[in-house]
Write a new protein. Structure first.
Ligand SMILES: [Zn+2]
Length: 393
């Protein structure tokens, strides 16, 4: 067995991880868990306290004698800036280091207006929401955008869907105003991360399907987000359905599920059938009123989505499929058709314990997912050690 050397001793970043996860809450715990000497524990804890990442509380229950000082992760020790961009709605927020939203604002903005319009709006809104707070408090930025993203570089990739954003490297633009780590991911990945961490933290395999203006999925596999080679994992919207009728999709292919069953497709088909529907809310009203033709169109869309999801379930074998997005949230008949087809078409083994559930966090999952994404990165032991070293030098 290799001897424990100074190089393998727990760093301040690892000590923070132990405190943050609750694995060690006193200096004595830390000594026991890490094998560090008392002075070494003291040094690391002192550094973290000085940095505002850890606070001491003297309120631990006493078993007689002096109660040990409890160490707590200081969620108020900084903030992260987050933005969940949707095709037609965007939420911008400031969160604490536990991912709780401190202030936020919603915008009805068309992302197709492009980065020159949207990014300055985000930056100004964060500035506004921060108010008098010192800008050194900002530890990172997390964003979800409705496009395929090459995650490592924060570069938007999808040429056909968010054309004005093609090839845009978002992080350098954000860093001009806020010189901190900037993480950008696909919007549905952010929803999947948020719903996973917030509602199903004990499950390792989850698929989040967003049915809204567009259709997409975010996949949690083995406990982490599955991004694929170029960030395009989970792009189920452009899988074709059978007998779709030859609908040309904006991606150039024919009968993609997105082109026959998304919110956009529903509105188009209902209008073609003579219904006066401008928004998803109009469709909801017709469903509530029990309009037979609308119900049939919605059910058909559900079957189409179910067909594609059944294939995805066979490949990924998730424990839970979460259905979110305003279309899924508004239509009971759509969700029941999806369920029916997935259970009928997927293999018995893949569906034996499969749950299909509506999103519990709704649009809020986007903001919390972006916060989790950036916090996991900036509070990782490596990142904390690097920033402490940077500061010391
Ligand atoms: Zn397509």
């Amino acid at each position: 067995m290799p001897r424990r050397t100074a190089a393998t001793l727990a760093t301040s970043g690892e000590v923070l991880r132990l405190i943050r996860s609750g694995e060690a809450v006193t200096r004595a715990d830390l000594g026991r868990v890490t094998g560090l000497s008392r002075p070494a524990v003291q040094l690391r804890v002192g550094e973290l306290i000085e940095r505002g990442l850890v606070v001491e509380r003297a309120d631990a229950p006493s078993t007689g004698g002096r109660p040990p000082v409890r160490l707590e992760f200081n969620a108020a020790g900084g903030v992260v800036l987050v933005a969940a961009l949707g095709a037609s709605r965007t939420r911008v927020a400031v969160c604490d280091l536990a991912g709780r939203e401190l202030a936020g604002r919603d915008f009805a903005i068309d992302v197709e207006q492009g980065p020159d319009v949207v990014l300055p709006l985000l930056l100004d809104t964060w500035d506004d929401l921060l108010g008098d707070r010192p800008r050194e408090d900002v530890k990172g930025v997390g964003m979800g955008v409705p496009a395929t993203v090459e995650f490592a570089r924060g570069r938007t990739e999808s040429v056909r869907v968010m054309a004005s954003w093609t090839g845009v490297l978002i992080p350098p633009i954000v860093r001009e105003r806020f010189p901190v780590p900037v993480l950008v991911d696909n919007d549905v990945n952010a929803l999947a991360i948020g719903e996973h961490r917030g509602v199903y933290p004990d499950l390792d395999d989850l698929m989040f399907v967003k049915v809204s203006t567009r259709i997409g999925a975010g996949v949690i596999a083995g406990g982490g987000i599955l991004r694929g080679a170029l960030g395009a994992a989970g792009e189920i919207g452009h899988i074709p359905v059978r007998d779709g009728g030859g609908v040309l999709c904006r991606c150039g292919n024919v009968d993609c599920v997105d082109s026959v069953a998304s919110g956009t497709a529903l509105l188009r088909d209902l209008r073609a059938a003579g219904k006066d529907v401008k928004t998803i809310a109009d469709v909801t009203a017709l469903v509530r009123a029990g309009d037979a033709e609308t119900m049939a169109t919605v059910r058909e869309a559900g079957r189409r989505i179910g067909e594609v999801l059944a294939g995805a379930v066979n490949i990924l074998n998730p424990s839970v499929v979460v259905l979110g997005g305003d279309v899924a949230e508004a239509f009971g008949p759509l969700v029941s058709s999806i369920r029916e087809v997935v259970y009928r078409r997927s293999t018995a083994l893949a569906t034996r314990r499969l749950r299909i559930e509506p999103s519990r966090l709704g649009a809020g999952a986007g903001i919390s997912g972006c916060a989790v994404m950036v916090l996991d990165s900036v509070l990782s032991p490596e990142a904390v050690d690097e920033s402490l070293a940077h500061r010391a030098s």
